[in-house]
Each structure stands twice: as structure tokens, then as C-alpha cells.
Design a protein around this ligand. Structure first.
Ligand code: GP9
Ligand code: MN
Length: 645
């Protein structure tokens, strides 16, 4: 047998180096990870090598060289696949995969055409190191393996753990409480790397799962107490019962963001009908209304509306906790004789809706099979909004009244495809195809809603109904900030702007009301359940919820975003800083400008900081109570007093 010259560098080290280098390049140049200082740069540079070494050094425990080679090959390949999967996911959601999301496999396949636009030919380079290692390991199998004595193996492991500890130490220094807060996945990946982030995610996932098993409901009184003290507020007397016995038609306007309202492209209004509707004397239009969704997108927005609870910070609650007990709006309106319905021309397993709608006590779900979906009438994700509305009219007419019917639109969905004949406004012109295409699909939705209003009037349903239109979540992610800045005619999109871009339009249109106006209060999706209950004249009783009546003057005064940021009457809190909500100025600067002496400034600043901190504390408390309710399935233990309906 031919003997190879003993090579100097073992394969596991070569593989660790290549994997580390590749990972770093991908972090730095492919993901859009923000780096604020040189410490962050350093950590981002170190962590790929630390993780790669940790993974590959495990290979030395295989004594047989063929096994060792096999391990190194597959570990490198698996790591590359993991990076690639995260990259594809990131292009769509600007976020990293979580375990609960992996169980949303059905969604991933349903993504269909969207997923193709997310895969790029040069993604193949992500597998370059795996290919090199594969080749080397086959060619030089025996000579590139190492046979360490036991002490050498332990040494390699100990060395990788020391590196890991060093990495964690730096990370904790850079971002205290990184592991306990865990709201922001980008921070985790930036600091401990993608691989360790996934290990962390597995640990958190198991912890959450065990929370349900061990929950016994003894947290409930504390939560009820908190709600009584902090959330409960007076509802509007004026609006109480205004919708009594009327139908509620709720339009879930896919990806509709606030920034398109009253804006123009090439001198043409993007949303002419909605702009007019906002000014209508029968419409209450909310101008500072925020979406509060997490990874569950549309389904999270539905969850917020039906429950006035927060969705989860990881995964979609529709998937992860679709079989929990809830005390939903749909259940509560039954006592007033209402039926609840969802109309959505998509398959019912998407977002696990079939299971969740059951748990929410929704009476009827009219999915894809209730519609005539032809290729001519479809684009992107399915039936176009115009035929969807048209075909929905007979369904609505057949329902027992009064009803609450939610209609979920689809055409204005990423990647914003539209047939040429449906495009009635130019695309925007920027470096982002996504933003460019968004404009004509938003216009299409605007026209579809206009037609729907006419159809409702023709059918006679209009007078007996209240129509709510809500944008479900953002359509244009931070990945398109350059184009967005161009659209908004700004130099850049700041952290403050990013929060403001989370505004979505909300219309509450009450035919014949005549008192409509533009409402300026800071509000969010969490507020719809208490608002609609009050409008129906239903007493929430012992309900556990986190929102306020939108029409009341007496409100909590802030809206929590799912990542822990918040917007209050005075502040926008994001990226660790407090901004003036109206001007977008950092509060310390604003205070400095407004005060005359240094002494006065520091006094004022202290006040502002403590005001901001005290809201933050409430936001954190609310989010964590809401999480406990969901993870522990705590409503199993609550008697809301209306169970037997
Ligand atoms: C799918 C539709 C879109 O049924 O609700 O979901 P999204 O991707 O926006 O969450
Ligand atoms: Mn959506």
C-alpha cells in the first residue's frame, strides 16, 4: 500500500478555518447585519471561527479515520445547509429561523413562487467549502485524519470550550442580558453566531414546552391584578353599542402600510379610494396605528385582533399554540347572537388556521374550496382580490345576521406580482424590485376595496354593516431601506423611522354615522377587541386582555411592539434609545435644545429617562404576562363566566 507523507494540517482544522471564513463572509456581506461599533465588528469576526472549531473539533473523537472524515464532511455540509436555509428565510423576513418555524413546513411549501425569488444562483458559493472538504477528505482520507490520545481529544474539546467562553464573555460585555432578553435574534446571531444561536433556540424551545406541562394557573391572580391596575380603562360612552346588531365586516388588508397613504408615484395617488375614505364623514381613520406582529405575520395580526393578547416573540402562535384555550372576541360575541366567519381564498391549513379557528370558536371558515379559482383569476398566491370580493358577496348574503366576518386579502402579498392588465399605476423606480412592484399591487387592492363597497351597497348589506379595514403587517422590510429612503425623499431610514414604518392604516367606517374624523392617538392591533366589544355594547366582564378602546380618551398611552420597543404618546423607544415621537429627535438632544442651563437640562433628562424606563417596564411586564398565558395555556384554569355558550 502506498504511504502518504503525513500532512502538516489535519482536515478538521482546515475545515474549521474554511467554514469560519465562509460564515464570516456571509454574515458580513450577504446578511444585512448592522454593526454599530468596532467591538461588534470584532465579535462578528471571532464567533464564526469559534463555532466552526467547536463543531469540527468534535470529529477527533472518532478513532477510525474513515469515520472521522465522514463526520467532517457531513458536519461541513450540514453547517452550509443551515446557513443557506437561514439566508433564504432572511431574504423574506429579515430574521432568522426558529424551531417552531421549522414545523411550519406546510407554509414553506406553500410559499411557492415567492421562494423561487428568494434563491439566487450565487448561493452555490455557500457550499464551496463543503465541496473542497468533500474532495480533500476522499482523496487524502487516511493522511488528513488525526489520532489523538485521550488527553489530546480532551484538550481539543477544552480548547473549543475556552474559545466559546471567551466569545460569550465578549458578547455579554457588548450586550448585557443578551441571553435573558432574547427578543432580538439579529443581536444573538451577531454576538454568538448562527450555530450557537440555533442551540440557544433549541434550549428555549424545550423550556417553553415544559412551561405548559408544569403550569397550574397560580399566576392568574397576579395577571388579573396587573390588568385591573394598569390596563383597564374607561370605554367611550359615545361609541358604546353603536354597532349593536349590525354586521362587522373586517378587511385584513394584506401588507398595507401607512406610508402609501396620501402619497404619489409619478404624480398619481397610490391609494385614491382609501385616501378619500379616510376623509369620509362616516369614517374614523387612525393615523398612528401600529402593527404588533412577530414571526407569524398575517396570523399574528389575527391573533392580536381576536384576543387582545400579544403574539409570541418566536414562531407563530397559530402554529405553536393552536390548540390552547382562548377567550376570543368570536366566543364573546356569541352571547349577543353573532356568528363569526372568516373568508379567505387560500387553503385552510396555512398558518394552521383550521386548528386555531376551532380554538378561537370561529363558526365558519370559507377557504379556497368555497371559491371558483381559475388560472385567469389568479396571480401570485391565488385568487385575485377583485374576484375574491365579487364571489364573497353571495357568501355574505347567505350568512345568519348579525355576523362578524373577517375577509383576508391576498393579492398585495410579497413578491407583489400583478398581471399587466391589472396594473393601473406605474411601478416605483428604485433599486428595490420589491418596493417598485408593491405600488401597483397596493393600487389594485385600493380598487378592489372600492369595488367591494359598491357591491355591498348593491346587495343591501352596506347599511346594516360596519366596515373595518386594517393593514396586517409591513410589506416592505428593512432590507429595502435604501429604496424606502428614496420613496420618502429622505437621506436614510433611521431607527426611529423604522418604527414609524410599522404604522398600518386602520379605518372604522360606520355608514350613516356622520361624525367620522382622523384620529391621532397612538394605537395598535391589540386595541381592536376591546373597541369592537364596546361598539357592540358587550361588557368584557372578567376578560384578560392588553388593549384599550380606541375611542376612549382614557387609555394606557403606549403601544408595545413585539420586539420590546414601544411607542407612547410622547416617545418612540427603539434600539435602546428614546426619541421624541413627533419630531424623531433623540430625547437627550431635544432636552438639551429646550433647556437654558446645563443643570436644568440634566434635571429634565432624568425625568425623561425615568418616564421612558417606567413605560419600558410595563411593556416588558405585559409581553411576559401575555407569553406566560400562551406558553402555560393558562386560560385552561380561568372561568370567564360564559363558558357554556
Ligand atoms: C396566507 C395569507 C398570507 O393565507 O394570510 O400570509 P402572510 O404570509 O402575510 O402571513
Ligand atoms: Mn399578511
Amino acid at each position: 500500500m502506498k504511504r502518504f507523507k503525513k500532512p502538516r494540517i489535519p482536515l478538521y482544522i482546515i475545515a474549521a478555518f474554511l467554514l469560519g471564513l465562509k460564515t464570516y463572509i456571509v454574515y458580513r456581506f450577504v446578511f444585512n447585519i448592522e454593526l454599530d461599533n468596532s467591538m461588534q465588528e470584532l465579535i462578528l469576526f471571532i464567533n464564526p471561527f469559534v463555532s466552526a472549531f467547536l463543531i469540527l473539533a468534535l470529529g477527533v473523537w472518532f478513532n477510525k479515520s474513515s469515520r472521522q472524515m465522514k463526520y467532517i464532511r457531513y458536519a461541513t455540509l450540514a453547517a452550509s445547509l443551515l446557513i443557506w436555509a437561514n439566508l433564504v428565510f432572511y431574504r423574506q423576513f429579515t430574521d432568522f429561523i426558529t424551531i417552531p418555524q421549522l414545523f411550519m413546513g406546510s407554509n414553506m411549501t406553500d410559499l411557492g413562487s415567492s421562494i423561487l425569488t428568494l434563491i439566487k444562483p450565487w448561493d452555490l458559493f455557500i457550499f464551496a467549502d463543503a465541496a473542497i472538504i468533500w474532495y480533500l477528505s476522499k482523496k487524502y482520507e487516511g493522511s488528513l485524519a488525526v489520532q489523538y490520545p485521550r488527553s489530546g481529544k480532551v484538550g481539543a474539546l477544552a480548547f473549543s470550550l475556552v474559545l466559546l467562553a471567551g466569545n460569550f464573555f465578549l458578547a455579554e460585555m457588548e450586550r448585557p442580558q443578551l441571553f435573558t432578553r432574547g427578543f432580538d435574534r439579529e443581536y444573538l446571531v451577531k454576538n454568538i453566531g448562527l450555530f450557537n444561536y440555533h442551540v440557544y433556540d433549541v434550549v428555549i424551545h424545550s423550556k417553553n414546552e415544559s412551561q405548559r406541562v408544569f403550569a397550574d394557573g397560580n399566576e392568574i391572580p397576579e395577571i388579573q391584578e396587573y390588568i385591573k391596575e394598569n390596563v383597564d380603562h374607561e370605554t367611550s360612552e359615545e361609541m358604546k353599542g353603536i354597532a349593536k346588531d349590525k354586521n362587522i365586516i373586517f378587511l385584513n388588508a394584506e401588507s398595507l402600510q401607512h406610508f402609501v397613504m396620501n402619497s404619489e408615484v409619478n404624480g398619481e395617488e397610490v391609494t385614491p379610494f382609501l385616501n378619500e375614505l379616510a376623509q369620509d364623514e362616516d369614517t374614523y381613520y387612525f393615523d398612528n396605528f401600529y402593527e404588533q406582529t412577530g414571526q407569524g405575520n398575517t396570523s399574528d395580526s389575527e391573533f392580536l385582533v381576536e384576543n387582545s393578547l400579544y403574539p409570541l416573540s418566536r414562531g407563530a402562535v397559530f402554529f405553536t399554540h393552536g390548540n390552547n384555550e382562548y377567550h376570543s372576541f368570536d366566543e364573546m360575541i356569541k352571547e349577543a347572537g353573532y356568528t363569526s366567519n372568516v373568508l379567505h381564498a387560500n387553503n385552510k391549513s396555512f398558518w394552521n388556521r383550521d386548528a386555531m379557528y376551532n380554538s378561537l370558536n370561529i363558526d365558519n371558515f370559507f377557504g379556497e374550496e368555497s371559491y371558483d379559482v381559475t388560472p385567469e383569476d389568479s396571480v401570485g398566491w391565488g385568487l385575485k382580490d377583485k374576484p375574491f370580493f365579487e364571489q364573497s358577496i353571495p357568501i355574505l348574503e347567505d350568512l345568519d345576521e348579525p355576523f362578524y366576518s373577517k375577509m383576508i386579502l391576498l393579492t398585495n402579498h410579497f413578491p407583489f406580482e400583478l398581471d399587466e392588465e391589472d396594473a393601473t399605476i406605474d411601478k416605483f423606480d428604485s433599486n428595490s424590485n420589491t418596493l417598485n412592484s408593491y405600488i401597483p399591487t397596493v393600487r389594485y387592492m385600493d380598487e378592489a376595496i372600492e369595488e367591494f363597497f359598491d357591491e355591498l351597497k348593491e346587495s343591501g348589506l352596506y347599511e346594516d354593516s360596519i366596515i373595518v379595514i386594517m393593514g396586517d403587517h409591513i410589506g416592505i422590510s428593512a432590507n429595502h431601506n435604501k429604496a424606502m429612503a428614496q420613496y420618502l425623499d429622505q437621506d436614510e431610514i433611521t431607527a426611529y423611522d423604522q418604527v414609524q414604518l410599522q404604522r398600518v392604516p386602520l379605518f372604522i367606517h360606520i355608514p350613516g354615522d356622520g361624525n367620522g374624523k382622523v384620529m391621532e392617538e397612538v394605537a395598535g392591533q391589540i386595541d381592536l377587541k376591546p373597541t369592537m366589544l364596546n361598539m357592540l355594547g358587550i361588557d368584557p366582564g372578567e376578560d384578560i386582555y392588553f388593549g384599550n378602546d380606541l375611542f376612549s380618551d382614557d387609555r394606557k398611552g403606549y403601544i408595545a411592539l413585539r420586539n420590546g420597543d414601544f411607542v407612547s404618546d410622547d416617545f418612540v423607544k427603539t434600539a435602546g434609545s428614546c426619541y421624541d415621537r413627533e419630531t424623531g429627535e433623540l430625547m437627550d438632544q431635544a432636552v438639551e435644545e429646550e433647556t437654558d442651563s446645563e443643570e436644568e437640562a440634566s434635571e429634565e433628562l432624568e425625568k425623561v429617562e425615568s418616564a421612558c424606563d417606567s413605560i419600558q417596564e410595563k411593556v416588558d411586564t405585559e409581553l411576559s404576562y401575555s407569553d406566560s398565558i400562551i406558553y402555560g395555556d393558562l386560560f385552561r384554569f380561568v372561568d370567564f363566566g360564559d363558558e357554556e355558550e
